[in-house]
Design a protein around this ligand. Structure first.
Ligand SMILES: [Zn+2]
Ligand SMILES: [Zn+2]
Length: 263
């Protein structure tokens, strides 16, 4: 059984009812570290020290500015004894960025813990270590603000599940060729159709992709819309294989199928 927990579902602007998009896999593997990471973990009842691996997609603040807070919390609160380590998977040059960010946030406090308790991995493919064994990953480039070195991840589980996290991206060949072969695609829906930018998926482009991949389930996150029930209309109708997630949504993959288990 594989568990996907959405600790946030909003784009950079945190629409009403949504914190920054964040997904936790099997309780130990996080994709990205948004500014509100610690409150998101607390709200979900997850101990920050239980995070074993972190995959970074790109350098926008809504995806990485929580990193120093995660390291700080573990050092002073949830892992004072220094018993836990964190594997961070990121593209080349990323280690320097995260070290610089940590020094800006908490000067003089994090360098030692970064040296001793964090392992930075730069390879673009490999296996995820830790208590949840078996995941392998491949990092692939996507189409987004080039200065952010945007990437997505294809994750494969021995059970047969192929899961793609697209990071932030507009339509691109990498996603279009991988999505039809994946079971589940976590994809952003960051902008409404009227905004003139192709660095994000929009309702029309996501609908087109989903219609071309009828066997794939799309979990739409990084949403520009206010959450349901907050009084503002959500996205116009999307194909039936697209699920708009909400903060707190949990999904389980078992016996070859995906089901929503909470929220
Ligand atoms: Zn973003
Ligand atoms: Zn971005």
């Amino acid at each position: 059984m594989i568990e996907l927990k959405f600790l946030g579902s909003g784009n950079a602007f945190c629409p009403d009812g949504r914190l920054h998009s964040l997904v936790l896999i099997d309780g130990t593997l996080l994709i990205d570290a948004p500014p509100t990471l610690i409150p998101q973990l607390r709200r979900a009842g997850i101990n920050p020290a239980d995070i074993e691996s972190l995959l970074i997609t790109h350098w926008h603040g809504d995806h990485v500015f929580g990193f120093p807070f995660l390291i700080l919390e573990r050092r002073y609160i949830s892992d004072r004894e220094g018993e836990k380590t964190l594997d961070v998977h990121l593209h080349s040059g990323g280690e320097g960025r995260l070290r610089h960010l940590s020094e800006l946030a908490f000067p003089g406090s994090l360098e030692e813990v970064l040296d001793e308790r964090v392992t930075f991995h730069h390879r673009s493919d490999g296996s995820i270590q830790g208590s949840t064994n078996g995941w392998t990953f491949e990092r692939f480039p996507v189409y987004h603000t080039p200065e952010t070195e945007p990437h997505g991840y294809q994750l494969t589980h021995p059970s047969g599940l192929t899961l793609i996290h697209c990071g932030d991206s507009g339509p691109c060949a990498e996603i279009e060729t991988r999505a039809p072969l994946a079971d589940v695609v976590i994809i952003e829906l960051g902008l409404p159709d009227y905004v003139d930018s192709d660095y994000h998926y929009k309702p029309t482009t996501l609908s087109k992709l989903a219609e071309e991949c009828p066997e794939t389930t799309f979990l739409a996150t990084h949403l520009f819309t206010d959450s349901e029930g907050s009084g503002v209309a959500t996205v116009p109708s999307l194909p039936s294989n697209v699920i708009e997630v909400s903060d707190g949504d949990g999904f389980v993959w078992s016996d070859g199928g995906l089901s929503r288990v909470s929220n």
